[in-house]
Design a protein around this ligand. Structure first.
Ligand SMILES: NC(=O)c1ccc[n+]([C@@H]2O[C@H](COP(=O)([O-])OP(=O)(O)OC[C@H]3O[C@@H](n4cnc5c(N)ncnc54)[C@H](OP(=O)(O)O)[C@@H]3O)[C@@H](O)[C@H]2O)c1
Length: 370
């Protein structure tokens, strides 16, 4: 027995040393192309960050991209910021640095959502042409131009919305659509509660749930009650005055952007076969310090859901072109309209992210690109 314990101890020790060496080497090898790239021959303005931290986000000249045969070159007119962006800027939760760069970000460009005008198309592109107004999602979208494959996240912009509105849709809109329609499987007449109804995702989720015929309750703070009601919510709960988890109402689906109650509190107000869909957690960047941030909630859900009748899960958005076109249809028919809180210029991106990091945006924070 003593020998077995000795060997287990040795193996664990060796594994620990190897893990430490792996992290150490990965830490010192993680670098990026900052300071190495040549002066661009055909420059465009784009946001880059060479090190983690908001102070390192800056506007720079980078090479303007050239579309491949399958890509469109889009001149960006508007983009928007998402919590996704500040996760990359801050490198939090710290566990994500194992993938995106331990010491410095490996990828130095930021941004995803975009709307703009097609400037050129590759020779194999059949569904879009120069001059088309489009919107979608593409890494590095905080820039004057993006290249995107025609079968990826690009769709024609609805004619009844502005570039600013279209440029705010991709991450928040697709997340809300997948949470409400695909994960929550919301049906007409069902009672749906949206916690964090006034933010980027919440404002889309309220409208999408209404478009599916649900009876919607939105949860937000006092100053946003009228906004959430104007989006179609049947009831609005002001979380500064009332705790919905202590109320008498029961919900078929809870869409959760905040994760500020315990799982048992949510379960208490779910119907016996109700669904809990966790999208996000915490209020802003301050809650994501540390190794995991509110991600520990996802582990609790994985365990809890095995022992309860209700469906519980955390979702990760799965970007699909079809969802973008479904959203375009919802917007074209007037059932969904993006809500814009503030608009900043590309050169003011630091300020836009700083505002979003506080966790109290009212709809979307948009960036215009001239
Ligand atoms: N899983 C995924 O794939 C995925 C995709 C997109 C986003 N997300 C996550 O989803 C969350 C929401 O994203 P977002 O873009 O909507 O963020 P956001 O635009 O920053 O909105 C945050 C909203 O939370 C509300 N809020 C703050 N404290 C609250 C509380 N105690 N009760 C109810 N509402 C509260 C704020 O409203 P008040 O000002 O009224 O407090 C604000 O409107 C974030 O955590 C984000 O990281 C996850």
């Amino acid at each position: 027995m003593k020998r077995i314990l000795k060997w287990i101890f040795r193996v664990v020790l060796v594994l620990l040393v190897l893990a430490f060496l792996f992290v150490f080497v990965a830490y010192w090898r993680s670098t990026n192309d900052c300071g190495q790239s040549a002066v661009p021959t055909n420059p465009m303005k784009a946001i880059v960050y060479c090190d983690y931290g908001l102070a390192n986000v800056k506007l720079a000249d980078v090479e303007k991209p050239t579309p491949t045969d399958e890509q469109l070159l889009v001149k960006v007119r508007a983009t928007s910021v998402n919590p996704y962006d500040w996760h990359f800027v801050e490198g939090t939760p710290k566990i994500m640095r194992l993938g995106v760069g331990l010491r410095k970000p490996k990828e130095t460009r930021l941004g995803v959502d975009y709307a703009g005008v097609v400037e050129a198309v590759g020779k194999n592109v059949t569904r879009f042409k120069a001059g088309d107004e489009v919107f979608g999602g593409r890494g590095g979208a905080f820039a004057e131009y993006v290249c995107v494959r025609e079968d990826r996240l690009v769709a024609l912009k609805p004619t009844n919305i502005t570039f600013e509105e279209a440029g705010s849709v991709d991450i928040a809109g697709v997340t809300a659509l997948q949470a409400v329609r695909d994960k929550g499987k919301v049906q007409a007449g069902q009672k749906v509660l949206i916690n964090g109804a006034s933010g980027g995702v919440g404002t889309f989720a309220v409208q999408i749930a209404k478009s599916l015929g649900a009876d919607v309750t939105g949860v937000c703070s006092t100053r946003n009650v009228d906004l959430v009601r104007s989006l179609g919510a049947d009831r609005v709960i002001d979380y500064t005055k009332e705790d919905f988890t202590k109320g008498a109402d029961r919900y078929d689906v809870i869409i959760d952007n905040v994760a500020n109650h315990s799982l048992s509190e949510y379960r208490r107000v779910l119907t016996p076969n109700g669904k809990y869909v966790m999208i996000g957690g915490g209020t802003g960047a301050k809650d994501w310090q540390g190794l995991f941030g509110p991600m520990t909630r996802a582990f609790k859900i994985m365990v809890t859901k095995r022992f309860v009748s209700q469906e519980m899960g955390m979702m990760l958005t799965d970007p699909k072109q079809k969802d973008l076109t479904d959203l375009a249809d919802l917007m074209q028919s007037g059932k969904v309209k993006p809500v814009i809180d503030r608009t900043y210029k590309l050169s003011e991106l630091q300020a836009a992210i700083a505002y979003l990091e506080q966790g109290h945006a009212r709809g979307k924070v948009v960036i215009t690109v001239d």
